[in-house]
Design a protein around this ligand. Structure first.
Ligand code: GAL
Length: 352
């Protein structure tokens, strides 16, 4: 389109050019420093040293650099680690709000603490993308500019149970070591109250029993997603039950690896049948070496991509439904996949 040059005062021509540049860069034209610089995204993490969360963050960072190169639009990610304190996270979010972030991504410490954050963001008209730790439905519905990106926890539980049931069907004696027709198991649970811990614990066992396999729970305890805590729980159980432990269900891979650490330290050989969730890089290594028997891939690159796409759309005032598929206009769900030694190279190709 040709613009007529004659007769238009210089300052008016300049302001049209400026508006056009802002339109091309996708920024809002409210003149705040954050908007003049490009897009600024606040990311509040419950605990950055959590293995799975740290993989999401590193994918987010590299995807942001790629999008920046592709679009020429500056994308700044401000990452804050609350180290497990909701009070600290609230302060960090207050700072993101007053610094004029275009959108804030929140990995809540306490799932029940979303309402206060949502109300503050609504007052400042700054959209929120929650991820990984799901606020209750009532809170998500509090404001139209609130979204959630994650994976449906119950499904990972079912898949974990299926991994055990399928292995049992193939070779019952490899799991049922004492041959009593019952699988004796222990359950390592993530944080109390976390949707993934509750649903994985429940649905993994339901999937095994609905495959007509009888189970007996020897013990269960929380190890807060943590490898060291899981190793110490497992050491106690080894002292208590010894080789009666046939299967270890773990709500995530870090705790599954902790259970294997404890078995190795106690000289247990062969290892019980240990399964986790996430398929993190260290867990994949363990699957390839034959120690961890299976995991459920929790798609961190896919979740990071959805978080970023959604954030950029919201920051640019675009309709995210044109870019992503939503459930109830609020939820973006990424699918899980089962991972075993047989399927790992298809699900997660090894680094070249
Ligand atoms: C889960 C994941 C765990 C832990 C937790 C933190 O989805 O499986 O390993 O990262 O999120 O909220």
């Amino acid at each position: 389109m040709r613009m007529k040059q004659s007769g238009r005062p210089l300052c008016r021509r300049l302001s049209i050019l400026l508006l056009f540049a802002l339109f091309l860069s996708g920024c809002r034209s409210d003149g705040s420093p954050a908007h003049r610089e490009g897009i600024r995204i606040g990311v509040a993490l419950y605990q950055q040293n959590d293995t799975f969360i740290s993989t999401i963050v590193s994918h987010l960072e590299s995807l942001a650099r790629q999008r920046e190169d592709d679009s020429g639009l500056k994308i700044t990610l401000n990452i804050a680690d609350s180290r497990g304190s909701q009070a600290t996270q609230n302060d960090q979010i207050d700072r993101f709000l007053s610094a004029g972030c275009d959108v804030i991504c929140v990995n809540l410490v306490d799932r029940t603490a979303a309402a206060v954050i949502i109300d503050k963001a609504r007052n400042a008209d700054i959209p929120l993308v929650f991820f990984n730790r799901e606020p209750v439905g009532e809170d998500i519905m509090r404001w139209s500019k609130v979204y959630y990106v994650g994976a449906e926890a119950g499904k990972s539980g079912v898949m974990q149970g299926e991994l055990v049931a399928e292995a049992y069907r193939k070779n019952p004696a490899a799991l049922d070591r004492n041959g009593d027709g019952v699988l004796q198991y222990v359950m390592l649970e993530g944080e109390p109250g976390h949707q993934d811990a509750l649903l994985r614990t429940e649905y993994s066992i339901k999937a095994v029993t609905s495959a007509n396999i009888t189970t007996e729970k020897l013990a269960n305890d929380t190890a807060n997603w943590n490898r060291g805590q899981a190793a110490s729980r497992m050491s106690q159980w080894i002292e208590q039950f010894g080789s009666r432990i046939e299967v270890v269900f773990s709500n995530n891979d870090d705790m599954a690896l902790g259970a294997i650490d404890a078995c190795r330290a106690a000289g247990i050989d062969p290892l019980p049948f240990v399964v986790g969730v996430d398929a993190t890089p260290p867990a994949c290594e363990s699957i390839r070496s034959g120690e961890l028997k299976g995991s459920v891939y929790n798609d961190s690159p896919g979740q990071a991509e959805a978080i970023l796409t959604l954030s950029l759309a919201l920051a640019q005032g675009r309709n995210p439904a044109q870019l992503l598929e939503f459930d109830d206009e609020k939820y973006v769900w990424l699918p899980y996949q089962k991972v075993t030694l047989e399927t790992i190279d298809t699900v997660i190709p090894p680094d070249p």
